[in-house]
Every structure is written in C-alpha cells, then in structure tokens.
Design a protein around this ligand. Structure first.
Ligand code: SF4
Length: 355
C-alpha cells in the first residue's frame, strides 16, 4: 500500500517514485490510498493502477467513516505500507490497519508508529522534490539508486482515448468545434497569493494571445478560484470561456490536453500540464523552480529573480517585487516562443469569438 500525497503537485512529483517501486517489484500488487482530488492524477498515469479513494469528507468522514476505511485496509491484508504523505495520521492509519511493515519519513512525531522510520534528507541534498520520494525508497533499501526509471522530462501523464468523449461534447457545446488554437490560463495557486501573478496582467496577456494567435482562451481553476477567473474575464476585451469550478480534475486534464499553450502560476495544475507534455509557461514568484519546477518536455519557467527569492511564504511581507517585476511583455514573449517551438500545429480558422 502506498499512502499517496494530498497535494496535486506532489502527486505528480511522486509518480517517478511509484514507477520505480513498480519496476523493482513487478509481481507485487501495489495499491494507492489517495484523497479524491488527487486520484485522477494516479489513474491518468496508469489506468491499470488500483486506487482506494480515502474520502475523509464523504464516506470516510468522522470516527465511523475512518473505521470503515480501516476495515477495508485490513481486509486487503497488505504486506507493507510506504508513506509518501508525511503526516502522523498516515502512519497511524497504516498501524491501525495492521500492516506489518510501515516505511516512511520520521516526521510529525510518528517515528514510533513506523517499523522503518527514515530520517528525512536535508532539502539541499536531493534537489528537486521528485527526489524526496525516490530517496525514501532508496534509504529504505527498496531501490538500488535514488533515480527515476525513465527521464524526468518524459510525459508522466496521459489522457486515455476512452476519456476523450467528454471533451468533444464540451468543445461543441462551447462553440469551439473545428480546428482551434486553445490557450489555457491557470491564474490560481492554492498555496497562497505569493504564488499568484496579477489578474489584470493575466487579462492583458490573454487579449494579446487572442490578437496574435486567434486563440480561444479558457480560464481554469478550482471552485474557490472562480471569482478570480471572473475578475480576469471582466478585465479582458475579448470573451474567454470560464471553466473554473465547473469541471473535475480528470475533465480538466482532457480539456487542457486540447490546448496549444498553457500559462500558469506555480501550482498543482502546472505540474499536471507539464506532465501531460503540454507547452507550459510557468510563472514563478516566491518559490524555487529548482526544487518544485515543472517536469515535462515542453515546460518553461519564467521568474523575475530578486534577492529575497525563494522565501517560500504564502503571502509577501514586503512589496511583492518578484511578481511586480514580471511584466505582461515577458510572459507574452515566452508564450509565443514556446508556441513556435512546440510541435502542436497552429491549425486554426479566423477567430470567431470575442467582442
Ligand atoms: S518576500 Fe520576496 S520572494 Fe517572497 S513573495 Fe515577497 S518579493 Fe517574492
């Protein structure tokens, strides 16, 4: 059993470690226990992968719900648990489920619940967050080297043919049938405002993409990011399609796969888009792209480097100079360069939407 991480970005960054474990134990049945909002990441990385959805806000809510989950885990008779999630609760769950071997980083005061508590490596020693998960397996003696089983720049996610029916219907009902150039914007970032570029700049960028590429602009995001998407739409001269808060992560993946360009803040969706192999312009502010930059063959990070970066804070305590210095022209230039360099053909008719 692998207790998966709860953040979408970490779910993507842990995929190489999951594949490394599967490659090392090809006859083992490896089952992921994952929260509902990340389960699409795992099913899109390998449709054959078995996932037990831990719905702590639904059927597994409260003491009775958690006991139900424990009963399910006990009936699986797992031989070992590997905990990619760092919390005490993950170790307690594995212990309660009676799993005899429990491997995880000794964090959150949970070492006594683990049979193999692994000292977390200093961040400077492993570099990109992907290696944090690979190092857990390596330090536990499960893999010979803390290396991914294939290049990190490979696409780690894909949308199966069977999942494309929905997107065809969605595009038709949105008036986007036929050859189009779709540009997807992800203006949110669940971590906090220090990762978010400004709505008025996203709006100005979107209008420039419409003018230059005859693009149809889609604005993605979660339900809580819907007001942000609406704010950007209000500030645009053209009319975008708002999908923020209206579709699931799985649907979002099939829709973003239709896009010839994705522009995003440093967020979980950035990792998903990059892992799908899409052309991604990733705007970094407070965080360190060397540690949590997007994996993928067509991802490009842009960052206005300032002495206080990376601060890792959720909210800027000073003047937000890392984002203030990121101009529309810079992002626009990076976007056009990436579109030109990408293999996706610009097969589009004259623009038919917009004001
Ligand atoms: S402290 Fe510096 S790096 Fe952090 S959000 Fe503010 S300007 Fe950006």
């Amino acid at each position: 059993m692998i207790r998966a991480t709860n953040w979408i970005g970490d779910a993507v960054m842990s995929l190489p470690a999951i594949e490394a474990l599967e490659a090392r134990f090809p006859t083992a049945e490896i089952v992921l226990v994952a929260k509902p909002w990340v389960s699409d990441v795992y099913s899109h990385s390998d449709p054959a992968r078995r996932i037990i959805v831990y719905d702590s806000r639904g059927e597994h809510q409260g003491i009775a719900g958690f006991s139900k989950l424990i009963g399910q885990l006990q009936s699986e008779r797992f031989d070992a648990a590997v905990l990619f999630q760092n919390a005490f609760h993950a170790a307690w769950m594995a212990w309660r489920a009676g799993i005899p071997v429990r491997i995880g980083y000794a964090r959150d005061s949970r070492g006594f619940l683990l049979t193999d508590p692994i000292e977390p490596p200093p961040a400077a020693s492993y570099g990109h967050q992907t290696f944090y998960y690979l190092h857990l397996l390596f330090r536990a003696g499960l893999i010979a080297r803390p290396e991914p089983p294939r290049p990190l720049t490979d696409p780690w996610l894909s949308v199966g043919a069977g999942k494309k029916n929905w997107v065809t219907g969605f595009l038709e009902s949105s008036g986007l049938h036929g050859p189009r150039f779709l540009a997807g914007l992800f203006p949110g970032a669940a971590f906090g405002p220090a990762k978010r570029w400004f709505p008025d700049r996203f709006a100005a960028l979107a209008d420039r993409l419409v003018a230059a590429l005859s693009a149809d602009v889609l604005i993605f995001g979660s339900q809580t990011e819907r007001p942000l998407a609406e704010d950007i739409a209000r500030q645009m001269s053209h009319t975008p399609i708002l999908v923020a808060g209206e579709i699931t992560l799985g649907q979002s993946m099939t829709l973003m796969e239709q896009c010839g360009l994705i522009v995003t803040n440093d967020s979980g969706s950035m990792h998903v888009a990059a892992a799908l192999g899409l052309p991604v312009v990733a705007i970094f502010g407070s965080t360190d792209a060397r540690a949590t930059g997007p994996l993928g063959p067509n991802a490009r990070v842009i960052q206005h480097l300032v002495p206080c970066n990376p601060c890792g804070l959720r909210t800027c305590p000073i003047d937000f100079r890392c984002m203030e210095g990121m101009t529309v022209a810079t992002v626009y230039r990076a976007a056009l360069e990436l579109v030109k360099a990408s293999e996706k053909p610009l097969n589009r008719p004259a623009h038919t939407r917009g004001s």
